[in-house]
Write a protein of this length. Structure first.
Length: 354
């Protein structure tokens, strides 16, 4: 009986490869560099040398050149926001890669499949109905967003399957479901006009933090989802060959899809709960990883996690410094980058979409 590796090699779009340690180490170092630069530089003119001296003073117990307020900007505003941007970017990118693997669709994305719209609708209802309990570490906001994300993806899958399946049908179903869920969200906003500004700002995407609370809120969910999706990389490679081959190797495709969808929806929900709607990360990053490092999901998923973190940290840095002291919604920055890239991916995969 042919092995999984030989079956993967029979398809040109699944490269039989593993994540090389040198590539992983290089990606982690690149992420550390991006985090460091974004922490040293910001809208507040603190001087990067003084920030370096502050960090060194905290590590060694020396005297810091920064005042108490300036040190607070570094440790309670700037660094938590950088870490949060990394977590959200990692969640959206690896969720996009996972959705593409499950649906065998190069354009699958948390926003195109209704996951983000479902999470956004549920999160909006929680913000309106129970704003006083949204700060819990394990609270109703991420749980509601998770349920909404699962519901959005399930509706898309059911609608696409009832219409005959296929890549194009699935995408159209995702657009329809996302529009329907967004309409419900808008209706809820109109019934609660006092929260329109808050929800509208949230819909444009943003990473306004109040210290480390948002980081602690999202870290358990995104961390769990990341572990599950990275462990499922080999299974996604086998699913890319076909369900019959997967069954012959003792793998249950339906169970694998459920686990991956749950983990990807959990990551999406956690990201949406704290950042709002930030599009195109799940399209741009996985495809860049495939172009640079290969198409095996054993490579794509972990590198998408790291690449998504770097991408959104850079995007957020531009959003908060390009027109300082004013700040752009981060969704605007990712759309400027992602929309042209989406059209490029659509053109590259037009044969598969017919």
């Amino acid at each position: 009986m042919p092995t999984a590796t030989s079956r993967e090699a029979a398809r040109p779009d699944v490269t039989p490869t593993r994540l090389r340690p040198a590539v992983l180490v290089g990606s982690v170092l690149a992420l550390v560099v991006v985090v460091t630069i974004s922490t040293l530089l910001g809208a507040a003119e603190l001087g990067w040398t003084r920030v370096v001296a502050e960090i060194w003073a905290q590590l060694t117990g020396g005297v810091s050149p920064l005042s108490t307020i300036e040190a607070g900007i570094v440790w309670e505003v700037r660094l938590p926001r950088v870490i949060l941007a990394g977590l959200v970017g990692a969640a959206l990118a690896m969720a996009g890669a996972a959705f593409q693997g499950v649906f065998r669709n190069p354009l699958a994305d948390p926003y195109l499949l209704g996951a983000a719209a479902g999470a956004g609708m549920a999160a909006t209802i929680v913000v309106v109905a129970a704003p006083s309990v949204t700060g819990w570490i394990i609270g109703p906001l991420p749980l509601a967003a998770f349920a909404g994300a699962i519901g959005g993806v399930t509706l898309t899958w059911m609608l696409g399957r009832s219409a005959g399946g296929g890549t194009a049908v699935l995408l159209l179903a995702g657009v329809a479901v996302a529009s329907f869920l967004t309409a419900i969200q808008t209706f809820v906003q109109q019934l609660n006009t006092d929260t329109i500004k808050q929800v509208y700002s949230w819909m444009l995407g943003g990473l306004n933090t109040t210290g480390w609370r948002e980081v602690l809120l999202t870290l358990p969910y995104i961390g769990l989802a990341g572990v599950v999706l990275c462990l499922c990389g080999r299974l996604l490679d086998v699913l890319a060959v076909g369900d019959d081959e997967a069954v012959s190797l003792g793998i249950r495709p339906g169970r694998v899809r459920i686990v991956v969808l749950l983990a990807a929806s959990l990551a999406t929900a956690a990201a949406v709960a704290v950042s709002g709607l930030i599009g195109f990360v799940g399209i741009v990053v996985p495809h860049v990883v495939r172009l640079l490092a290969g198409a095996s999901y054993r490579v794509v998923v972990p590198l998408s996690l790291l690449g998504g973190a770097m991408f959104l940290i850079v995007a957020d840095h531009v959003a908060r410094t390009a027109f300082a002291p004013a700040e752009l919604p981060i969704g605007v920055i990712t759309a400027f980058t992602g929309a042209p890239f989406f059209l490029l991916v659509l053109r590259m995969n037009r044969a598969r979409l017919r």
